[in-house]
Ligand binder design. Sequence first.
Ligand code: HEC
Length: 152
Amino acid sequence: MKWSFLLMVALMLGCMQRETRDDGALARETFTEQAAKGRQIFADSCSRCHGDQGEGTKKAPRLIGSSEGALPLNPPRDGKERRGQFHTAQDVGMYALEYMPPLETGSLTEAAYWRITAYLLQQNGIDLGNQHLDRSVARTVALPRPSLTTQR
Ligand code: HEC
């Protein structure tokens, strides 16, 4: 009894410490680092529907390959969840945060979604280098629209 209590306290302290350390590290994390971590999170949580290279499967649309029509401005015709347009990286990140993975949206932290978004942007030809991608920065990043104007 006493031991299990001590163990619990130790575990809690461990978690708190990790949280703080993570927070500090998060602010310093560059787009390049975020994208590298995002690649792994995408592989674990998204690729089973969206494909190993984000190329899309029968289950879910393509997310990588803007010249092949990834992340189109308008929602797919047969789409269920998506109603809004994708103008910026913020639109994509917030959509994923709210709806993806379907039925498991609570499973990832917001930081994880910006890491995945960084990965998707990078694979779609956008590189923010040493900047840190978060909600407000994502709002300033227009999605690549080959043969279309990217102006809003
Ligand atoms: C169980 C299958 C499944 C998993 C896992 C999944 N998705 Fe999806 N995703 C879908 C489906 C289905 C749609 C299309 C929904 C719609 O149009 O209403 C979609 C749509 C999207 C879109 C919008 C694409 C577009 O062109 O409209 C984004 C962005 C997205 N998913 C990101 C993610 C991310 C990021 C993850 C991992 C955290 C993820 N998804 C995991 C099934 C999945």
